[in-house]
Design a protein around this ligand. Structure first.
Ligand code: VGL
Ligand code: ZN
Length: 199
C-alpha cells in the first residue's frame, strides 16, 4: 500500500504568496500527473492562528529570518503566512484535490511550530497523519510539496524514522525556500542519509 503525501501546496508558499518558494508552482503539473499511481492520497495544510509564535509580527522588534527561543525550541521568525481560513492558507487552485482522502492541519498551536506533517517540532503532539496511514495498511509513502528544506524534509524524515515507512521523495515534486543558497542540496543529503529514496 503506497500513499502520496501532498505537503503544504498552499497559496502562501507559491509565487505571489506571503512566504513564496521560488518556482513552487512548477511542481503542480508533475504532482497532478503522478496522483493516480498511488493507492491513497492525503494532504497537509499549514494552518496557523493569527497569534502564532512563528510570526515575526508577534514578537516586538524581531525580524524575519531571526531565530528566537519559543518555549525552549529554536524558532525561525517567518512572515505571517497560512492563517486559518485565509486565501493564503488555501490549496493552490491548480492542484487536483479530487483524490485527496484526508487533510491534516499543522501549526495550529500558537506556542509551537510544526514543520513535519506528522508531529510538531517538539514531538509533543502528533497530527494523526502517521497513525492514519498505518491504520490504512500503508507501507510506502512518497512525499511531494513545499518546502524542500522545511516541511517536506521533516515530513519525510518523520515518515521513515518515527513510522518506518519506506519513504520516497521525487526531486521534481519539491522546491526549497533556500534561506541559505545550498539548502536544497543539503536537505537532499540529509534525507538520503536517513534512508529516504530521493530520486
Ligand atoms: C513551512 C516555514 C514555515 C513549510 C511552513 O511548509 O515548509 N515553512 N511554515
Ligand atoms: Zn508555517
Amino acid at each position: 500500500m503506497h500513499a502520496l503525501i501532498l505537503v503544504d501546496i498552499q497559496n502562501d508558499f507559491l509565487p505571489g504568496g506571503a512566504l513564496p518558494v521560488k518556482d513552487g508552482d512548477q511542481i503542480i503539473p508533475y504532482v497532478n500527473a503522478i496522483m493516480n499511481d498511488f493507492d491513497l492520497v492525503v494532504a497537509t495544510q499549514d494552518w496557523h492562528p493569527k497569534d502564532h509564535g512563528s510570526f515575526a509580527s508577534n514578537h516586538k522588534g524581531k525580524k524575519i529570518g531571526e531565530v528566537i527561543k519559543l518555549e525552549g525550541l529554536d524558532q525561525i521568525m517567518w512572515p505571517d503566512h497560512c492563517i486559518q481560513h485565509s486565501e493564503g492558507a488555501e490549496f493552490s487552485r491548480d492542484l487536483d484535490l479530487h483524490r485527496v482522502q484526508m487533510i491534516f492541519h499543522k501549526g495550529t498551536d500558537p506556542k509551537i511550530d510544526s514543520y513535519s506533517g506528522l508531529f510538531d517540532n517538539g514531538y509533543l503532539k502528533s497530527t494523526g497523519l502517521g497513525e492514519y496511514l498505518k491504520g490504512e495498511g500503508v507501507t510506502d509513502v512518497t512525499c511531494v510539496g513545499l518546502a524542500a528544506d522545511y516541511c517536506l524534509k521533516f515530513t519525510a524524515l518523520d515518515a521513515v524514522s518515527k513510522f518506518g515507512f519506506n519513504t520516497h521523495v521525487p526531486v521534481k515534486g519539491t522546491k526549497a525556500v533556500n534561506l541559505q543558497p545550498n539548502d536544497f542540496e543539503r536537505s537532499i543529503e540529509v534525507m538520503r542519509e536517513a534512508g529516504i529514496k530521493v530520486m
